[in-house]
Design a protein around this ligand. Structure first.
Ligand code: DAH
Length: 369
């Protein structure tokens, strides 16, 4: 079987052709691409803090075991992120990683006490200008030496937290300019205690830019760093790039369009993206009765993405009601189509919309109204 068939033919499989086609694009390794520029800037910062300390990985394959993606990171059975509504499964035991944390345990087992891992991650999600089913994350981790904190475990955890916060605040200044305001928000991740999110104040609002914390002791104990203490973080590169370069739509990262690509230069964090003319959007509403069970917005978005590829800009629920007598629920979604590159014509949009309508019935069991 061709590799593509292997990756899309298992009965449990929910990886569409559209998603499959993104594997290997490696935006984070293309020189002068904004995602790569951010990656390099973060590398520079960490190198400046502790030269030679961090091992860097950016070629780890996104197909990983469910064990690596979830179990080794202590994600509990039944956690929403394990659901095939949220994660792409190739078969029951194999997924497209939904975070770069999928490589944390194995990298520790290889004996690396400090590392930065960059890669593409995949999540089934709703569709709008800041959500795309593939995006890029960087995972960072450092195990502290006992002599850095005098050997006492509690002191070690406190030292790890202190270093983590100092470093990430420094990173925010490095990327967004000195004087950038930051704040820490308590969070929950199965793999850290305590856990935090960092928010930065940018253009008048607080933005969440990363998750982090003190690594769960079990993860270190089981993977070759018994009794040690460590911090870790995971940050989204698109999020940072959109804010930093003022990129209005996440699909632009995927556009092989010189008007986009030629605006960015390796090493330059101060580019402000100049939008080229925006082509008109075309809106199509679709109303249907939901099947008795199993309908989700993510499933609808997958169907739309499959039919429209990157021509879909947003999918939005605009009306919902339940019939008082039959108890059936009706939804109306508005689908916005817009190309980043050209004007769309009615014919092609009508053909896409017809396919969406057909698959809503055939694949999702909806009844069109
Ligand atoms: N994996 C988390 C996510 O995708 C981000 C994250 C949070 C990574 C805390 C970490 C961490 O390593 O310690 O949302």
């Amino acid at each position: 079987m061709a590799q593509q068939e292997v990756l899309t033919s298992h009965p449990f499989n929910n990886v569409t052709e559209n998603i499959f086609s993104k594997i290997g694009a490696n935006l984070h390794r293309r020189q002068n691409h904004p995602i790569c520029i951010i990656k390099e800037a973060i590398y520079d910062f960490f190198n400046s803090q502790r030269p030679g300390t961090y091992a860097k990985f950016d070629e780890l394959h996104p197909v990983v075991s469910a064990a690596a993606n979830f179990d080794e990171m202590l994600v509990p059975a039944g956690h929403v992120s394990r659901s095939p509504n949220d994660t792409y499964y190739i078969d029951a035991d194999t997924v497209l990683r939904c975070h770069t944390s999928a490589h944390q345990a194995a990298t520790l087992r290889q004996g690396h006490p400090a590392f930065l891992i960059t890669g593409d991650v995949y999540r089934r999600d709703s569709i709008d200008q800041s959500h795309y089913p593939v995006f890029h994350q960087m995972e960072g981790l450092r195990v502290l030496e006992p002599d850095e904190y005098g050997g006492d475990p509690a002191a070690g955890a406190a030292a790890a937290e202190r270093e983590l916060k100092e470093l990430l605040e420094g990173l925010a200044q490095h990327l967004f300019g000195s004087g950038t305001e930051c704040r820490w928000v308590d969070a929950y991740f199965p793999f850290t205690t305590p856990s935090f999110e960092l928010e930065i104040f940018f253009n008048g609002q607080w933005l969440e830019v990363l998750g982090c914390g003190v690594v769960e002791q079990q993860i270190l104990d089981k993977n070759g760093f018994e009794g040690r203490r460590a911090w870790a973080f995971g940050l989204g590169l698109e999020r940072l790039a959109m804010v930093l370069f003022q990129i209005p739509d996440i699909r632009l990262f995927w556009a092989e369009d010189q008007r986009f690509l030629k605006q960015f230069r390796a090493g330059d964090l101060r580019t402000a993206f100049k939008p080229y003319s925006k082509y008109p959007a075309c809106f199509k509403d679709v109303s249907f009765w939901l099947p008795e069970t199993g309908f989700t917005e993510n499933n609808l978005c997958e169907v739309v993405r499959g039919a429209a590829g990157d021509l879909v800009e947003a999918v939005e629920l605009i009306d919902a009601f339940t019939h008082p007598k039959t108890g059936r629920t009706s939804n109306c979604f508005r689908i916005s189509y817009r190309s980043m590159e050209r004007s769309l014509n009615d014919e092609e949009i009508n053909a896409i919309q017809a396919q969406v309508r057909e698959e809503l019935t055939a694949k999702l069991g909806a009844e069109l109204r």
